[in-house]
Every structure is written in structure tokens, then in C-alpha cells.
Ligand binder design. Structure first.
Ligand code: GLU
Length: 387
């Protein structure tokens, strides 16, 4: 008897989740472990958002809702993108609420990529993009970015990987894991390639509010000719400390969106109803909670970057956005996996090896600084002892 689909043989398990799981198991054994492997904000979801879900559930938001999402949340998303990026999307036909940002990405890929279609993925890139393309029998084509050039995205790097089968380009800015925020010039270069080769663009904007040192988020959909070929993917997990709520969303032109809705209607039906009311409260309410969290992330970023740079064999650039430090550890003589395994065993600090984010991530490790300040300070001291 065949016990697994062939398609899955090539798909690796999620490294971020696997390392987080190892941290969980160590903690269960009573080990004082510091888990910086996964990107999960340590803040509790702001009270007014929890309140909105609670009230909605009490008022009966405990049933199925439309596959696209509830109107108030869809409108909130449309208004939000109009105010933030000047982009207009029809809440009735061009927006979809999904069960987490990951599902938004997967649905976008599933709805548009045929067997054998190639998807360009600049790397280092988040661990699930390649597997998601493989899950639909597409072909992920990694585009190595030059670490020496701070992982700059260039037209030449993209052009080099174009073939007659190239169908889409996947962008993630601010980037997990590098923390790079794509500049207007980089986005223009990507748009030029997309237009010349008639590509779709998946634009994962999940960290769009987590920016430092005056960096600005620009959605590639705002560039001339790009709205019609871009699928914006986003969610509430990172911005509002709502990872466990599983609320994501996608914005795309109607013909693409109708395909995504079809898949959603046959799979999860709809995202959780009361969580969507929480989502509307998050987007419509005061954004002070976001500003406050970003301020704290900014302080932690300084602390962890300075701390890492004080360690022998470790070099760390300050990330421009998101909440990951991505230090180069090649000066320690260890590979990224060896470094993570050793720190896990000896320092009880859990991180994700850079190699999990693609070949260009080798020599790096990723630490999430969406964790308590004291833990980050302690991390540096624990690593110092081992090194
Ligand atoms: N996206 C987060 C991370 O990269 C959460 C875990 C995951 O979904 O991979 O750590």
C-alpha cells in the first residue's frame, strides 16, 4: 500500500516550526530554554481586540460566514489599504479573509500555478515558500541574493533565472529572515521584470508595519501596471500579536480572487467568524498599540544587534524591518546547523539555521526578537559563554 503521495516526498518539514517544537519539548522537561526560533510576538493581543471577539461570539458570531469574509472586516481591509497605500480594492470581489497569512499565500499559489510553472523566489526566503510551490506541483526557482550587497534585489539576478516556464515572482518585504525592506528602486526593477515577462507577483507584506530607522513599506501593487498582476498577502498575526487567531487576508484582481474563493469554499469554508470581528476591531481601532509594540521591538533590535556584534565570530547588520536578527556566524567556524544544534544543547537557546531559508542563508542564523528584553540579554550572555 502506498502511504504517502509522491508530491510530498520532496517537501521538507517546516524548520521554524520544527525548532520551535524542540524548544517546547525542552521546556516541558523543565529545561530553562529560550525559544527564539519562531516569529511569535510575546505580547498578548491588545485588549480591545480580544473584547471585540468575545462580544461578537456572545452575540452569535459562532456560525459559518461567507467564504470571502464578513463585510465589516472586508471593508476594514479595503479602507486600510486605501489609506496606507492608496490602493483601491472592492471588498465584495477582490478581498478574501483566510485562516492565517500562510493560507492566503498557499491559496494564491494553488489558484494560479499549474504543474511545471516556475516561481521565482529570491532567497534567503521564509521556509514555507518553496514547499508551498512544490505542494501544487509547481517548480520553485530560487534566486540567490548577494549577502555582500546586503541581499539587494536586482533585475540581473531575476533575469538570470527567467525561462519560458516562469510564471510568477514571490516577494516578501520586509523580509523574513533578512529584515531587508525593498526600496522603490528594487521594486521598480522587480516590476520591470514582471512586466517584460508577463509574470504574476505574490507580494507577502505580513511585516509591513514593523519598520525601523524611517524605512517605508511600498507595495509593489502601487507601481504602474502592477495592480492587475499582483496578489497582496497579509494578515494580523505579526502586526497585532495575533498569531494564534489565524487571521490572514489577500487582495487581488477579481479574476484571480474568484479562483481563490472557489478553493476556500471547498476547503476551510471560511475563517473563524468571531476572529474576523477581532480583525475589524484591529484595523478600525486606534493604531497606538502597533506603534507601542514597534517601539519596543526597536529597542530590542538595538540590544540584540549590539549584543551579537560583541560576540567572537559573529557579525550582525541591523534589520530594516520585521523582527528577526540574521547574524553571520561563519567566523565561528561552524555551519548554521552546527551553530544552532550546539547552542540548543549547550546554551539552551533555540534559533533557526540560516540554511533553512535557502542556500544563501548558510553561514547565518535567525533569532526572533519578538521576545522579552531580559531573555534577549540573557541569550547574548549564554552564547558568549559557549563561544
Ligand atoms: N512565520 C513565522 C516564522 O518564520 C512563524 C512560523 C512559521 O510559520 O514559519 O517564524
Amino acid at each position: 500500500m502506498k502511504l504517502g503521495a509522491e508530491r510530498l516526498q520532496q517537501v521538507a518539514e517546516s524548520a521554524t516550526l520544527a525548532f520551535s517544537e524542540r524548544a517546547r519539548q525542552m521546556a516541558q522537561k523543565g529545561i530553562n530554554v529560550i525559544d527564539l526560533a519562531g516569529g511569535d510576538p510575546d505580547f498578548t493581543t491588545p485588549a480591545h481586540i480580544i473584547e471585540a471577539a468575545f462580544t461578537a461570539a456572545q452575540k452569535g458570531a459562532t456560525h459559518y460566514v461567507s467564504s470571502r469574509g464578513i463585510p465589516t472586516f472586508l471593508e476594514a481591509i479595503a479602507n486600510h489599504y486605501a489609506a496606507e497605500q492608496g490602493l483601491q480594492y472592492d471588498p465584495k470581489s477582490e478581498i478574501l479573509v483566510t485562516s492565517g497569512g500562510k493560507m492566503a499565500i498557499y491559496l494564491a499559489i494553488l489558484a494560479t500555478i499549474d504543474r511545471g510553472d516556475e516561481v521565482l523566489i529570491p532567497e534567503p526566503a521564509w521556509v514555507s515558500y518553496v514547499p508551498m510551490v512544490q505542494l501544487v506541483d509547481g517548480v520553485p526557482v530560487e534566486v540567490p541574493l548577494d549577502a555582500k550587497n546586503n541581499f539587494l534585489l536586482t533585475r540581473e539576478a531575476l533575469e538570470e533565472k527567467i525561462t519560458p516556464r516562469t510564471r510568477a515572482l514571490l516577494l516578501n518585504s520586509p523580509s523574513n529572515p533578512t529584515g531587508r525592506v525593498l526600496s522603490r528602486q528594487e521594486l521598480e526593477a522587480a516590476a520591470e521584470v514582471a512586466l517584460r515577462h508577463d509574470l504574476l507577483v505574490f507580494s507577502d507584506e505580513i511585516y509591513y508595519k514593523l519598520l525601523y530607522d524611517g524605512h517605508q513599506h511600498i507595495s509593489i501593487a502601487t507601481l504602474p501596471g502592477m495592480r492587475e498582476r499582483t496578489i497582496i498577502l497579509n494578515g494580523l498575526s505579526k502586526t497585532y500579536a495575533m498569531t494564534g487567531w489565524r487571521v490572514g487576508f489577500a487582495l487581488a484582481p477579481k479574476p484571480i480572487m474568484s479562483q481563490m474563493v472557489k478553493v476556500q469554499s471547498h476547503t476551510i469554508t471560511c475563517a473563524a467568524a468571531f476572529a474576523q470581528y477581532a480583525g475589524a476591531a484591529a484595523l478600525n481601532g486606534s493604531q497606538d498599540c502597533v506603534r507601542e509594540m514597534v517601539e519596543v521591538y526597536a529597542q530590542r533590535r538595538r540590544l540584540i544587534v549590539d549584543g551579537l556584534n560583541s560576540l567572537p565570530g559573529v557579525r550582525c547588520e541591523a534589520p530594516e524591518g520585521a523582527f528577526y536578527a540574521f547574524p553571520n556566524i561563519s567566523g565561528t567556524g561552524m555551519t548554521s546547523l552546527e551553530f544552532c544544534e550546539r547552542m540548543l544543547e549547550e546554551a539552551h537557546v533555540v534559533m533557526t539555521p540560516g540554511s533553512a531559508f535557502g542556500p544563501s542563508g548558510e553561514g547565518y542564523v535567525r533569532l526572533s526578537f519578538a521576545n522579552a528584553t531580559e531573555k534577549l540579554a540573557e541569550t547574548v550572555e549564554r552564547l558568549r559563554k559557549v563561544l
